[in-house]
Design a protein around this ligand. Structure first.
Ligand code: ZN
Length: 131
């Protein structure tokens, strides 16, 4: 799967976003080492705090289907004034389950910026603290 394919999968997933309140529609596509791809879109609730981001939907789908990583790459797609980035909660979950994942940030189909979780979350809390 090429980076373009993964970014395209994230844009396709965005079509399923249920962003009824914010209007901020996001798609994500997570590539596993097995070659499987799990997609996600944000799903919002009238009780705002119950909403969940596209990145976590994709990650939870993969984990709940038995994938344990290492996860290779995640593409995140959203239109807006800024290039999309994962929120703090998603950064923590990526740290917990996909710390070495490459992250593709896409503000328009066919275009993306590549980053690493270590750049977005430079001093992470992790399971090491709990030992
Ligand atoms: Zn998030």
């Amino acid at each position: 799967m090429t980076n373009l394919d993964l970014v395209s999968a994230a844009w396709a997933a965005r079509q399923q976003a249920a962003a009824n309140y914010s209007g901020y529609r996001v798609g994500a596509a997570l590539l596993c080492q097995s070659g499987a791809v799990f997609s996600g879109a944000n799903v919002e609730s009238s009780s705002y705090g119950l909403s969940i981001c596209a990145e976590r939907v994709a990650l939870f789908k993969a984990i709940s289907e038995g994938e344990r990583g290492p996860f290779v790459r995640i593409a995140i797609a959203a239109e807006g004034r800024f290039t999309p980035v994962p929120c703090g909660a998603c950064r923590q979950l990526l740290q917990d389950y996909a710390p070495d994942v490459e992250i593709l940030l896409s503000r328009e189909p066919g275009m993306w910026e590549t980053t690493r979780l270590a750049d977005l979350l430079p001093r992470p809390f992790s399971s090491e603290f709990l030992k």
